[in-house]
Each structure stands twice: as structure tokens, then as C-alpha cells.
Design a protein around this ligand. Structure first.
Ligand SMILES: Cc1cc2nc3c(=O)[nH]c(=O)nc-3n(C[C@H](O)[C@H](O)[C@H](O)COP(=O)(O)O)c2cc1C
Ligand code: SF4
Length: 463
């Protein structure tokens, strides 16, 4: 089995995958049994690639031991994080390794059904996934658990795990209150002391209907078969003690050729920008980089930070999904703050007033400052709102606003001051800046979701 995940030629058939040594993971997991499978992933030190870096073995073992008679597993293929394209790259390159990982997860935690939640707009990836499931099942390589594909909406929150479960249940992408291991798919709500819907067939009386559900990212699951086949030590031969293995990284923004590539963790961010993105555009220098829209800005003086969970946290940022948006010295960081805040405001679902109203207030005031109509008072109100935008929130989106926007204010005070001093026009105008939600990334060109500029905070669109 090839030890790379993104091969030069995509794997387009199960026979092609077997010719590369693939297709063995479910058998290995059967032989090992659940305890040893989880132990192998734990020894490998695999951490979730969806953004938070949660240890995968701990998650699997937690869901497996949570009380409940029915368990489910979900592959998160929503890929809504701006500046990330790696899940689509993986699904295009080789969906078989992802389905194998999902089948192993289902077997290991004792799930009765597995789901892949993917945006309906990801048409080529969805077609590849459907075909690969059929082929893997026909070849007897996908375990005994049914696998369903659920096409979801384009909303950012679709990828949030508690909203993802709502979508699989046929509802809008609004995060539910409890975590998937506490209130999983098709749980009847008795864990809150009452039942809002009829019980799923097969459940007896009692309180064990929480249906603990495991949610893992596409790339996390892609790692599973490779680790089982090659062993934990192989995985640990790459990366660092705290961040073993490799990652599929995305680089977009102000670089010569945006791209996706497989890297060993521990590579410096500056090397990633140079090697995968071709470096800054001619005559420009990199001013800032963001790991998605979830982590504080990385400024130019920190670009030599190794890409590990521990090093990125040590500089006050985070590794996220290893998808970076790069900004050069022509970018206005007030505009970047406005665009990122606007994205989060628009995408906030509004279940938590502190989040929806806070992101709205911050966005409007950033817009005023960016248009050079702002005052010191706007900066003060933004600071006050950032302090409470996280209050009583169901999901992490409000915290993203706090982390990202406050980091830009702290890192680039002179740019905000310049906007307060002039009247009428941004001193560094650029009309192409947008939160880089990627629609397509191929041949060194990234296309962003320009349609998002028309999206309204109630998720309808301007005509
Ligand atoms: C607002 C928001 C959006 C998210 N979007 C995605 C996404 O598109 N894809 C993804 O895998 N995880 C996303 N996540 C993280 C998931 O909630 C979850 O942590 C992840 O799928 C767990 O998988 P892992 O343990 O394999 O990383 C998002 C989280 C938040 C708060
Ligand atoms: S924190 Fe924001 S996005 Fe998350 S559930 Fe609450 S309102 Fe919705």
C-alpha cells in the first residue's frame, strides 16, 4: 500500500486500490479486535484533522464506552472552513482509503450504521464517494455496516459536528445542545429528561437511547487504514512526539500558486508557503497568515513556526485543518478583519444571541472603520463585544470571532489607527479580499465563493 495519501494519479477503482496494497484495513481491525485497534491508533498518536486535533483513539474509546445500545459513526466531509481544500483533494485522489477508515471505525465502536455528510455542491467528490462505496461493498472490503451518503447545505455550520447530525436527521444546520457522544443520531431526547419524538425501533424502555455517535473528519479516517497496515511506529516516524504523522495542507491567498500538498508535520509555515504556494507574489512580502477562520493571525515574524499542534499553540494560534490563507503587504488588515467577521456573522445560526448579535455589531463597526468613518468609540465597542461574543454559546463559532478578530486588532493597531486618522478612504484599498471559502482549487488557481458577498444574515441571498 502506498504510504502517500495524494498519489500523482488518482485511484479510480477498487482494483487499483488493491494493486497499491489497499483494502486490508477492515480485516486487520477484525483480527485485532476493538481494544487493540484503538490502542494502535493511540500509540500512533493520531489526532483529529478536522481542526481541533482531538486524540482519535480517545474519541473512539469514549464513544465505544458511552452508555447506549445504538451507536453511529459519521465522516465529516462538509469542508466548510475557509482556506481548506484538503478533504476534497483526498476524496478526489482516493476515496477508498476514507471509506476503509469509516468501516474500521464502525466495526471498532460497534456502530449499526455509518454516514458520510458531504456538501451537495461537492458534485465530483460525491460521485466518487458513491461509486467507491458500491465497489468496496461489492468487493467485501467495507465491513458489514451500511454506509449512507447525505448531501448537505453550503452553510459553514454544516461542518460543525452537532449541526452535521441535525442535517443527517433532515433538519437545518443548527448545532444541537449536547455533544455527539451524549446525544447522537436519532436519539430521542430523553437524556434531557423528556422525549420529543417517538423512540427509534429497537430501543427498550430506560435511559439508554443517547445513541453515542462518533464524528471524524475525512483526513482523520484516511489515516486509519495506513496506520493499521504499517503500524504506529511508521506513523510516528513522521512529525513530532506531540504531532505525529503527516497532513494534507492547503495554501491560498497572496501566493504565486495556491495548492494542496501532503507534508510531514513539523515543516515550517514559511517553507509550506514557499514550497506549496510558491511564496509571496513578485515584489511582495508576506504580512500575515491565518489557519482557517478559527485561529488567531500568524504575523510575519512568526512564519518560521513549525506546523505542529504544540508549536502553533505556543505562538498563540493553532494548527486547525492545516489550511492557510496568506496575505501580503498590499492587504488591508482592517478589511481582512471586516471580511472574516462578516463571514462569521452571516454564518452564525442565531440560536445564541451573544454570538449572532455580537458578530453583527463587531462587523458593522469594522465596516465603519474600514470606510474611514469610524472613531475610538467603535474600537472600544468592538473590544467590549469581543469580550462577550462567546457567552452561553452552543458551538465554537463565537469563540472563533473572539480569537480571530481580537488577534488582528492586537497585531495591527497601526492599521486601525491609520483608518481613524484619515477621512473617506482606506489607505490601502483592495477590492478582492474575501474570507477565502474555496469553491475550486486546481492548476495553481483557487476560486473563492464570491456568491457569499450576497449572502444575508438569515441565509437568504440578495438577488
Ligand atoms: C463552525 C465550525 C465548523 C466546522 N466545520 C468543519 C468541517 O467543515 N469539517 C470538519 O471535519 N470539521 C469541522 N468542524 C469541526 C467538527 O465540529 C469536529 O470537531 C470534527 O469533525 C471532528 O473530527 P476529528 O476529530 O476527526 O477532527 C467545525 C467546527 C466548527 C465549530
Ligand atoms: S454559537 Fe453562534 S453559530 Fe453556534 S449555535 Fe450559537 S448562534 Fe449558532
Amino acid at each position: 500500500m502506498s504510504d502517500r495519501y495524494l498519489l500523482p494519479e488518482p485511484v479510480t477503482s477498487v482494483a487499483g486500490w488493491q494493486a497499491l496494497g489497499g483494502g486490508q484495513a477492515v480485516d486487520i481491525a477484525r483480527r485485532l479486535g476493538s481494544d487493540d485497534t484503538i490502542e494502535e491508533l493511540g500509540t500512533a498518536g493520531l489526532r483529529g484533522r478536522g481542526g481541533a486535533g482531538f486524540p482519535t483513539a480517545r474519541k473512539w474509546s469514549g464513544v465505544r464506552s458511552s452508555p447506549g445500545t445504538h451507536r453511529y459513526v459519521v465522516c465529516n466531509a462538509a469542508e466548510g472552513e475557509p482556506s481548506s481544500f484538503k478533504d476534497r483533494a483526498l476524496l478526489r485522489a482516493n476515496p477508498y482509503q476514507v471509506i476503509e477508515g469509516l468501516a474500521v471505525a464502525a466495526l471498532t465502536i460497534g456502530a449499526r450504521e455509518a454516514f458520510i455528510g458531504i456538501k451537495a455542491s461537492f458534485r465530483p467528490e460525491m460521485a466518487r464517494v458513491h461509486r467507491a462505496i458500491e465497489e468496496m461493498q461489492a468487493a467485501g472490503l467495507a465491513g458489514d455496516v451500511p454506509i449512507s451518503v447525505v448531501g448537505g447545505p453550503d452553510e459553514y455550520l454544516f461542518g460543525e459536528e452537532k449541526a452535521l447530525l441535525e442535517v443527517i436527521e433532515g433538519k437545518p444546520p443548527m448545532p444541537r445542545l449536547l455533544a455527539p457522544y451524549e446525544q447522537g443520531l436519532f436519539a430521542a431526547g430523553s437524556q434531557m429528561g423528556w422525549e420529543s419524538v417517538p423512540r427509534e425501533p429497537g430501543h427498550g424502555p430506560g435511559r439508554d437511547i443517547s445513541n453515542p455517535t462518533l464524528v471524524n473528519n475525512v483526513e482523520t479516517l484516511a489515516n486509519v487504514g495506513h496506520i493499521l497496515l504499517r503500524g504506529a511506529e511508521w506513523f510516528r516516524s513522521m512529525g513530532t512526539a506531540g504531532s505525529p504523522g503527516h497532513a494534507v495542507a492547503t495554501v491560498v491567498g497572496d501566493v504565486v500558486h495556491p495548492g494542496v500538498a501532503e507534508i510531514d508535520l513539523g515543516m515550517r509555515l514559511s517553507d509550506l508557503i514557499a514550497e506549496v504556494g510558491g511564496g509571496a507574489r513578485p515584489g511582495r512580502r508576506v504580512k500575515a497568515a491565518f489557519s482557517g477562520i478559527s485561529n488567531p493571525v500568524v504575523t510575519a515574524d512568526r512564519l518560521d513556526t513549525p506546523l505542529t499542534y504544540e508549536d502553533m499553540e505556543a505562538i498563540g494560534s493553532g494548527l486547525g485543518a492545516v489550511g492557510f490563507a496568506v496575505y501580503d503587504d498590499s492587504a488591508c488588515m482592517v478589511e481582512v478583519a471586516f471580511q472574516y467577521s462578516r463571514f462569521l456573522w452571516i454564518e452564525s445560526c442565531g440560536q445564541c444571541p451573544a454570538c449572532k448579535l455580537g458578530t453583527q455589531e463587531i462587523t458593522h463597526r469594522l465596516n465603519e472603520i474600514e470606510a474611514c468613518r469610524g472613531s475610538e468609540e467603535d474600537v472600544a465597542v468592538i473590544g467590549a463585544q469581543l469580550a462577550k461574543v462567546t457567552d452561553a454559546n452552543r458551538c465554537f463559532l463565537g469563540t472563533e470571532e473572539q480569537r480571530v478578530i481580537s488577534s488582528i486588532l492586537r497585531a495591527f493597531p497601526e492599521e486601525f489607527a491609520a483608518h481613524l486618522e484619515v477621512e473617506g478612504n482606506c489607505p490601502n484599498p483592495r477590492t478582492d479580499l474575501i474570507a477565502p471559502k474555496i469553491v475550486e482549487l486546481a492548476g495553481g488557481v483557487a476560486t473563492y465563493d464570491e456568491h457569499h458577498r450576497k449572502k444575508r444574515p438569515d441565509w437568504t441571498y440578495d438577488p
